[in-house]
Design a protein around this ligand. Structure first.
Ligand code: GDP
Length: 302
């Protein structure tokens, strides 16, 4: 992720470093180039404007042209602004990376997203991680009654992840399946229940109503929206719509392994207000990463 943006920004910084001493015009030129690089990376326009104006403001405030290593200062300022756009930074209250389990067992986690976003795969990835890393007893349940293969797909993933899946009972509604999952989890002392809701090809009222009803009934500790990073600004709009209508506690961005631009990641926090918590970086169940704004910014500035 971010290869293209990283290349462009490093080009800007190399030119600044070669100059040694900087003039105000050099700094203005660099911030114009940063702006173009961010736009080409498909970062949302308001976010680009915000980053660039912060860079300029801080460069003036820090009096970079008079400093000992002006290029280094500009790079640090851009880095800090990227960290902030990604949801981090000093003085910003940070939830710990990854998902939170700070609730009474069984902890319900609701998985939400459009069809094909990687929701079911991500449910399997989270289950595997909770079992192996956090030593949790995990139950996976598919509430997708619209796609007959969905429940079987989750069952297969559960086997691969070495966790249990809720036995499939034909004819139940999503709410009935969710209630049964919670009952089984309480009776059999599961630590976490991952509820994988149905997706649709696009956002529609029926999908929103169904997800909202399941959320109201199960009162999940985390409501994680799964979005495909490769869909760029569409992913950002999807997140905004789900957050406004259903309310989400965090975002998982998938297919970052195929996304060279990274615009969605940089826009997500500012546009939706919701934090990115995890990244999916491949089809394998092990390909799940915690999202650290500072590490991602360092990756961009490589
Ligand atoms: P759902 O409809 O949202 O449940 O989507 P699926 O979980 O079935 O995923 C759709 C496809 O995307 C599958 O072929 C997955 O293997 C693939 N996929 C999911 N996450 C990732 C990821 O992080 N990277 C890549 N490259 N593929 C992924």
């Amino acid at each position: 992720m971010f290869e293209a943006l990283s290349g462009k920004l490093n080009g800007v910084f190399d030119r600044l470093r070669r100059r040694g001493a900087l003039t105000e015009a050099d700094v203005a030129e660099a911030s114009r180039e940063v702006r173009i690089a961010l736009l080409e990376a498909d970062v949302a326009l308001p976010v680009v404007k915000d980053i660039v104006s912060k860079v300029r403001e801080r460069a003036v405030g820090a009096n970079v042209i008079k400093s000992v290593s002006p290029a280094q200062q500009v790079i640090k300022i851009v880095n800090d602004c990227l960290v902030e756009a990604l949801g981090g930074g000093e003085g910003v209250e940070q939830a710990p990376p990854g998902i939170s389990l700070q609730a009474a067992s069984p902890v319900p986690i609701l998985m939400i997203g459009l069809q094909g976003s990687g929701k079911t795969t991500t449910s399997g990835k989270i289950a595997l991680r909770l079992r192996t890393r956090d030593k949790k007893k995990v139950l996976l349940a598919s509430l997708d009654v619209h796609r007959p293969a969905a429940q079987l797909q989750l069952e297969t993933l559960a086997k691969q992840a070495g966790v249990a899946s809720l036995p499939i009972v034909a004819g139940q509604t999503p709410l009935q399946i969710a209630a049964r999952a919670m009952e089984v989890a309480r009776g059999e002392l599961y630590d976490v229940v991952i509820l994988d809701t149905a997706g649709r090809l696009s956002i529609d009222e029926a999908l929103m109503d169904e997800v909202a009803a399941v959320k109201a009934a199960t009162r999940p500790h985390e409501s994680l929206l799964v979005v495909d990073a490769m869909t760029g600004q569409d992913a950002v709009q999807t997140a905004r719509a789900f957050n406004e209508r259903v309310g989400i506690t965090g975002i998982v961005m998938t297919r970052v392994d195929g996304d060279a631009r990274g615009g969605a990641a940089l826009s997500m926090r500012a546009v939706t207000g919701a934090p990115i918590k995890l990244l999916g970086a491949g089809e394998k169940l092990e390909a799940l990463e915690d999202f650290h704004p500072d590490r991602i910014a360092s990756r961009i500035l490589g």
